[in-house]
Structure formats: structure tokens, C-alpha cells
Design a protein around this ligand. Structure first.
Ligand code: SF4
Length: 383
């Protein structure tokens, strides 16, 4: 019997490198687009007999490739993994890399959801973080996407940027809401090792908002987006009714997924696998052997239980206790009795409608909640 999975495809190319980015992505490299797309198609064709019920093409900046490359990859997923024309099929796009004609090509290729990396509507900040687009580009590409027929649009926004003010962030949220995307994802800036921002921070040249300002920014997003009709359904994600990201819900429910492309991770039959990250290694390995898997790990039952709780708590509706029992044959509240007693007393989690979920305070302090489960050996003792 074929099993339903999500399918993720990583495109590791960008027009340039943003100052905060440590993703597996490289500027230039147009000369390998053909061979990369061919390797991805081959990897998809060789996948087992699973079925993809969602597709997400991320990166990097997938839209630096041509519509033909993208079309060929989507076709491979449709044929090899029986992706239906009705399934949610998302592509990430940088506003600097699309015009109306390209957007039309993406829709024709079978993508029906587009996620724009807007980040902020302040041009000075866009320049300071190394983005190659302006606020006007965000307006242009969202308007064009609507005109060509996309009716499921998401915007990514980043807060806690250097020199960003709470008022500036509120203005970005206001402009985002004015564009009426169906979905908004928030990212708090983190300074990653090896990036230009990490170097600037070490030299004392990066002026970041205070912790109080960060909290104020998150609270502003929550109240402004909810007031505009968005459902806050995951710690960092907001959606208009019926427009949650179905692909990411696979991850949050700790269900299995395929990952194709350089550095992509898969979770299939209880095994977590990761492809080799560097593009040329990926292409040569897939071309020669059909596989680019570099590491593979069998997840223990206690590991799977811990991940199911931590990922599930990211969803504001929480973890379904019955589904947990059906999956693992054990009661979540018995396994993690100690931790849950502590977290409940601190007002960070609660039981509601046969689910375990974060309280509002728990959402704000989610790192502390997750740390309890990372440290926990309760699941190990239970199996
Ligand atoms: S566009 Fe995205 S993936 Fe590319 S460098 Fe910028 S943040 Fe990184």
C-alpha cells in the first residue's frame, strides 16, 4: 500500500547571499542548473512507492531557475509520486527574481501556492540585511501573482533586525496586511555562526533590538494579525481560515516526508536521512549512484515520542492525546507525568479537549517548554 508523504525539494541557488543567512545556498552557479534539475528528477524517479500529498519547493531561491526547470521537477513529482493537480504545491520566491510572466509560468507549471520572502517593508533595512529587492518589488510581485491567478499567497517577515524599531515593525505588519496574503510566517532574526552579521556582532557593529523590544514585536504581530482575521495556528505562523500550510503541518505532526536535493532531509519508515549538502557532490552522487544520502539514523521510539510532543506543541491546537496513544500504544500524560506537572504548575501548558497545548504564556516561553522535553529521559524509561 502506498503511504502518503509530504515532498520537499531544495534548490540551493540564490542571486546573492543575505547578511544573516547560513542556509545551504550559493549565489551564481547558473551553469549547473540543468544538471541539478536532472539530478533532482532522477532522485524523485528512484524514490520508493510512496505518494506525495503536498509539494514544497524551497531554498535558496527556487525562482532563480527557469520556469522550464521548475516545470520538469513538478512533473517528476506528479508522475513519480502521484501528486494530484489539486494538492497544495508551494514555491518560495524572492521578489527580486519574479515578474508577471515568470509568475504565470510557475502557475502553469502546477504550483498553486507562492511564498514570498518579503522580510520587511523598510527599504533601508532591506538594504542593510543584504536583500536585493525593495518594498515596491513586494507590492509589484504580490499584485502580479494575484493577477495571473495565484489565490494562495504567503509572506515571510523577519523581526528583531538591526536598528529595527517597534514602530517600524508595526508599519511592516500594516503593509503586509494591506496586501491581504492568505498566510504570514514570522521569523525572529538569529545570528548564525559564519555569517557577515556574526562578524559584525563580534566587532560591536550590530545594533540589535533589546529583549523587551523583541517581545513587544512578537506581541504586536499577534494582535495586529489576529485583528485582521488571521488565525494564529503555529508559534510563528498565521493563516486566513482554510489556508494553513498543509505541507508544514506534516512536519509539526511529526509525519513522514521525502526530501530531494542538496542537503535535503527525509523521514521515511522511521529513518531520518540527509543528503550531502554541497551541490556538485549532490549532482555527481545522484548521477553515478542514484542516491545522495550522506547520513542515516534509525529513530528510537522514545526519540519519536519526544519529537512528536515538541513539534506538536508548536501548533496552538496542541498534541492530540488519542492520536499519540494510537501511534505509540502509550499515554502521553503518563510518560511525561513529571515534566507536565512542572510545566502545568508554571502555567506553560494545559490540557484542553483531549489535547496538550501551550498556554499563551507557554507560547511566549516556548523554548523553555521544549527544553523540558529535550532533557527528559522519561520516554526512555517508559519503553
Ligand atoms: S535569499 Fe534566502 S536563502 Fe538566499 S541568501 Fe537570502 S536568506 Fe539565504
Amino acid at each position: 500500500m502506498s503511504v502518503e508523504h509530504a515532498a520537499y525539494i531544495h534548490i540551493p541557488f540564490c542571486i546573492s547571499k543575505c547578511h544573516y543567512c547560513d542556509f545551504n545556498s550559493y549565489p551564481g552557479m547558473g551553469e549547473v542548473f540543468d544538471s541539478y534539475a536532472a539530478a533532482v528528477r532522477k532522485e524523485i524517479n528512484l524514490a520508493a512507492d510512496g505518494q506525495a500529498v503536498t509539494l514544497y519547493i524551497g531554498g535558496g531561491t527556487p525562482t532563480v531557475m527557469t520556469e522550464q526547470h521548475i516545470y520538469s521537477i513538478v512533473e517528476a513529482v506528479k508522475i513519480g509520486l502521484s501528486l494530484s493537480n489539486m494538492a497544495e504545491a508551494t514555491i518560495e520566491a524572492n521578489p527580486a527574481t519574479v515578474d508577471a510572466s515568470k509568475l504565470e509560468g510557475l502557475l502553469t507549471a502546477g504550483l498553486n501556492r507562492i511564498s514570498f520572502g518579503a522580510q520587511t517593508f523598510e527599504d533601508a533595512l532591506l538594504g542593510a540585511i543584504g536583500r536585493k529587492h525593495t518594498a515596491a518589488d513586494i507590492y509589484r510581485c504580490v499584485t502580479d501573482a494575484r493577477l495571473v491567478g495565484f489565490n494562495n499567497i504567503s509572506l515571510d517577515l523577519i523581526y528583531s533586525l538591526p536598528k529595527q524599531t517597534v514602530d517600524g515593525w508595526r508599519d511592516t505588519l500594516r503593509q503586509a496586511v494591506n496586501l491581504a496574503p492568505e498566510h504570514v510566517s514570522l521569523y525572529e532574526l538569529t545570528i548564525e555562526h559564519g555569517t557577515p552579521f556574526a562578524e559584525m556582532l563580534a566587532q560591536g557593529k550590530l545594533q540589535l533590538p533589546s529583549e523587551e523590544q523583541q517581545i513587544e514585536m512578537y506581541a504586536a504581530a499577534e494582535s495586529m494579525l489576529e485583528a485582521a482575521g488571521y488565525e494564529h495556528y503555529e508559534i510563528s505562523n498565521f493563516a486566513m481560515p482554510g489556508h494553513r500550510c498543509q505541507h508544514n503541518e506534516f512536519y509539526w505532526r511529526n509525519e513522514e516526508y521525502y526530501g530531494f536535493g542538496a542537503g535535503a532531509a527525509s523521514y521515511i519508515n522511521g529513518q531520518r536521512m540527509k543528503n550531502v549538502a554541497y551541490t556538485s557532490d549532490y549532482i555527481s552522487r545522484v548521477t553515478e549512484t542514484g542516491s545522495a544520502v550522506e547520513t542515516s539514523e534509525e529513530l528510537s521510539i522514545e526519540g519519536q515520542m519526544g519529537e512528536t510532543v515538541m513539534l506538536g506543541l508548536r501548533l496552538l491546537e496542541g498534541v492530540d492525546l488519542m492520536a499519540f496513544r494510537q501511534r505509540f500504544g502509550m499515554e502521553l500524560d503518563k510518560i511525561y507525568e513529571k515534566e507536565l506537572e512542572r510545566l502545568t504548575q508554571q502555567g506553560l501548558v494545559e490540557f484542553c479537549d483531549s489535547r496538550l497545548r501551550l498556554t499563551h504564556r507557554g507560547v511566549l516561553l516556548s523554548n523553555e517548554v521544549m527544553a523540558e522535553f529535550v532533557r527528559s529521559d522519561s520516554a526512555k524509561a517508559a519503553v
